[in-house]
Design a protein around this ligand. Sequence first.
Ligand code: IPE
Ligand code: IPE
Ligand code: MG
Length: 244
Amino acid sequence: MPAQSQDDQQYPPLEEVPQHVGIIMDGNGRWARARNLPRSAGHRAGTENLRRVLRAAVEFGVQILTIYAFSTENWSRPEGEVHALLTILEGVIDRELQELHEEGVQLRHVGRIERLPEKLQQKIRQAIELTQNNEQLLLNVAFDYVGRSEIVDAIRRIIIDRIPPDQVNEDTVSRYLYTAGLPDPDLIIRTSGEMRISNFLIWQGAYAEYYITPAMWPDFDKDELYKALKAYKQRERRFGLVPR
Ligand code: IPE
Ligand code: IPE
Ligand code: MG
């Protein structure tokens, strides 16, 4: 008998689902290397995988997903790899935007858009505009993003807006971040076993639960997401208080 596909599999309902999940999609290069493929093939496989993770996230009741797709430090990778990553993003918008829109996905970008090629910037802006009223899932794509620059950008804009120093508090800073208006992530997942944050949502993730899995990103499937969400439910979030 053929193995049951994960799409048809029944997953017991999770009583408590994190509203906002961040994912550091890491390990594409190692996934490719293990198969004697070029790194770009790993990025392509990782992008393919995103589609099934999005579906699974909607099915499990996640409302906001913030994915780390390209860090500002990633500009320093070999030119060919950077080019491949930009081309892949453009291809995803060209091929998948309509379907994502029909599925009710609202797209947003976090990071600095100005350094991306003009044509790609336009496509990103159009995608954001087209999907702005969708409510099924909010997908924040962190592309040319690092948390420290985000905080620097926020400080600059606070100064430009002449907010008096005694009126600057944590809420003010949050309102000036790229994620303004969104709740902080409850859970941050990192694939490929690395135990570091690599400059991802460093302000917003102050009280997030972290979940690290050895699975490389292209292998992170619906079962893996379910496991991560289940692990979250078993954690006790204390926010500095005493045990319940
Ligand atoms: C994550 O995979 C994707 C990006 C950072 C763009 P990597 O490309 O970092 O893969 P590894 O870590 O080298 O395996
Ligand atoms: C973090 O992964 C960035 C993304 C997943 C886009 P990296 O592979 O770039 O991070 P390091 O080099 O392991 O810290
Ligand atoms: Mg990596």
